[in-house]
Design a protein around this ligand. Structure first.
Ligand SMILES: [Zn+2]
Length: 132
């Protein structure tokens, strides 16, 4: 049994979908600006559930497109979306503590509690800045 209620899961899911939508829009805008409209188009189509495969292919190509930070964030969100119904979703990967709902709502892709995340960022200084 997961520690998240269905209602809490719905909150995280809504936050996740919203962040995913915003991120895709931002990436589209950046791609259109740089003239890479073929990627922008696929990203636009990728908003539906059926388009995950197309999205995955596009994301692979996109790594060359200098959107690596956005890309990592989007992939983290995708992973979180797939894991949302798993029993261990919302548990810290390192210490298995429950990640507070407020943290998950602010950052649905969070995979560690705050304490472990800051420890992780210390250990991996220079990588993984930002809010993940
Ligand atoms: Zn932890």
């Amino acid at each position: 049994m997961s520690h998240l209620t269905q209602q809490e899961r719905a909150v995280v899911r809504a936050a996740l979908e919203e962040q995913r939508g915003k991120l895709i829009k931002a990436m589209q805008a950046a791609l259109e600006e740089s003239g890479q409209t073929q990627f922008a188009e696929v990203l636009g189509r990728a908003s539906g559930d059926s388009a995950d495969e197309a999205l995955a292919v596009t994301l692979g190509d996109l790594s060359a497109a200098r959107l690596e930070h956005e890309l990592r964030t989007l992939q983290a969100l995708e992973t979180a979306r797939l894991r949302l119904d798993d029993e261990d979703f919302g548990l810290c990967r390192d210490c298995e503590a429950k990640i507070p709902l407020a943290r998950l709502a602010a950052n649905p892709a969070a995979i560690r509690c705050v304490a472990c995340q800051s420890k992780f960022e210390h250990t991996h200084a220079g990588h993984q800045h930002g809010s993940l």
